[in-house]
Design a protein around this ligand. Structure first.
Ligand SMILES: *[C@@H]1O[C@H](CO)[C@@H](O)[C@H](O)[C@H]1NC(C)=O
Ligand SMILES: *[C@@H]1O[C@H](CO)[C@@H](O)[C@H](O)[C@H]1NC(C)=O
Ligand SMILES: *[C@@H]1O[C@H](CO)[C@@H](O)[C@H](O)[C@H]1NC(C)=O
Length: 408
């Protein structure tokens, strides 16, 4: 109990401290549901370490911190969260209280002791406490603790007036844009950009494809590893830099210490001090004007929750289980599902994926690659199911359109 109380006290203190800082900026720019939830006094951690002993059976780590959600907009009549709560997922129930983002309040020894057991993005194994503490202490504003830190800033109002009228409800409408070939010549760019927020990931090439996939990027999901793999794999197709714009926030799925080191350097405005990117200027990878507010890091509890409950796969019972995680696209879409009121998914796998090239920017037809570290079949079925129950709107298409790269 002692540890629980310490965490509650620390987080309440930190949260109010950071709200204090933030209100000096513009409290109105925060999401209304967030303001509503400044009942942060209620924020508490229900689950913590039960035992110092770690056994194979506890590899899953199917217990999670539980916090008052800062993410959902409860004023919206479409009530996505309610729909989700009625769904049975393969690995268990939908849990609305799992923390989505890790930030300053989580930088405690208690959390470290709990999370050090889990590898990659599932925990903090192989990362020193001091490194965790340094980076999370830098991520100390509400911009790091909530997804929609810029909700209702003037830019957005402008955008609304261009659309004719502000939304009649407090619904947050999100477009999540995968890189699938189904988007080629689909002409969805302006529809995508009309959403309140646009999520993208990995090798998202916009230049030259704006008509099909849009121009805006509110959130770019990646890990340092997947970003660098994307540069290596898609440079020839035109992926020369990640999406960069004033509204863009970078959402890390931290699967190595290098992610923590990169965020630390970017937030401090220095060259990366250690790890695989040592000596690199973060701006060379992520563009100019980097500040701590531009970064969000997915919480290891959220990663394990998505893996264990929403996308459990047979490989989790094998020796290779540690390589498995939901794909970056799955992270983006499921984060949106968790934090937005209405989610439209574009460019994600559909049953007839083989009819389309791997990516919308492929110059000739490329077969969609399935890799052992993800389970695209499970993901594809989950997207379809979420669509069928009305939780998301999944873009689907038959391959009758001229100009598509068909399988020949
Ligand atoms: C960086 O700051 C400059 C000067 O304020 C601004 O013109 C530019 O749009 C900013 N770029 C980004 C990506 O934020
Ligand atoms: C399109 O996809 C369907 C379902 O996967 C498949 O039966 C059909 O053969 C595909 N057509 C082409 C041209 O690949
Ligand atoms: C694709 O074609 C089938 C069969 O003609 C039709 O039932 C289905 O509605 C079409 N789907 C889309 C997304 O156009």
């Amino acid at each position: 109990m002692w540890s629980v109380r310490v965490f509650v006290i620390c987080s309440v203190f930190l949260v109010f401290f950071t709200i204090g800082l933030y209100s000096a900026v513009d409290l109105k720019s925060l999401h209304p549901s967030f303001l509503q939830s400044t009942g942060l006094k209620e924020r508490e951690l229900i689950t913590t370490t039960q035992s110092q002993q770690f056994t194979t059976a506890s590899w899953l780590g199917d217990s999670y911190a539980s916090e008052t959600p800062l993410y959902s907009a409860s004023e919206c009549p479409s009530k996505l969260q309610q729909k989700l709560e009625q769904l049975k997922f393969e690995g268990g129930a939908f849990l609305p209280m799992v923390p989505v983002l890790q930030w300053a309040p989580h930088a405690t020894q208690e959390q470290y002791k709990r999370l050090i057991h889990y590898v990659g993005c599932m925990g903090w194994q192989n990362i020193k406490f001091d490194d965790i503490k340094e980076v999370l202490s830098l991520l100390n504003s509400m911009a790091n603790g909530v997804m929609f830190d810029n909700w209702r800033v003037p830019v957005k109002r402008e955008m609304w007036s261009k659309r004719g009228a502000p939304p009649s409800s407090a619904c947050v409408r999100c477009a999540v844009v995968g890189n699938g070939g189904i988007l080629r010549k689909a002409g969805l760019g302006s529809e995508i950009d009309k959403h309140d927020y646009v999520f993208r990931m990995n090798g998202a090439i916009l230049h030259g494809f704006e008509e099909d996939v849009g121009k805006r990027t509110s959130f770019y999901f990646f890990s340092t590893n997947t970003m660098r793999n994307s540069f290596a794999a898609y440079r020839g197709s035109g992926f020369l830099k990640v999406p960069i714009s004033e509204e863009t926030r970078y959402v890390f799925i931290p699967d190595h210490d290098r992610d923590y080191f990169l965020v630390t350097a970017a937030a401090k405005g220095v060259l990366v001090e250690k790890g695989r990117e040592k000596g690199i200027n973060p701006s060379n990878l992520l563009g100019p004007n980097l500040t701590a507010e531009k970064f969000k890091m997915i919480h290891p509890d959220f990663s394990r929750y998505l893996r264990n409950r929403l996308l459990p796969a047979p490989i989790m019972k094998s020796q290779s289980r540690n390589i498995y995680r939901p794909s970056t696209g799955a992270f983006a879409l499921l984060t949106a599902l968790y934090v937005c009121d209405e989610v439209s998914a574009f460019g994600f796998l559909t049953e007839n994926y083989a009819n389309f090239s791997d990516h919308y920017y492929d110059k000739t037809y490329k077969k969609t690659g399935f890799y052992a570290n993800h389970n695209y079949n499970k993901e594809m079925k989950l997207w379809r199911r979420l669509h069928d129950v009305g939780a998301i709107s999944l873009f689907m298409r038959n391959n009758t359109d001229v100009g598509l790269l068909h399988k020949s």
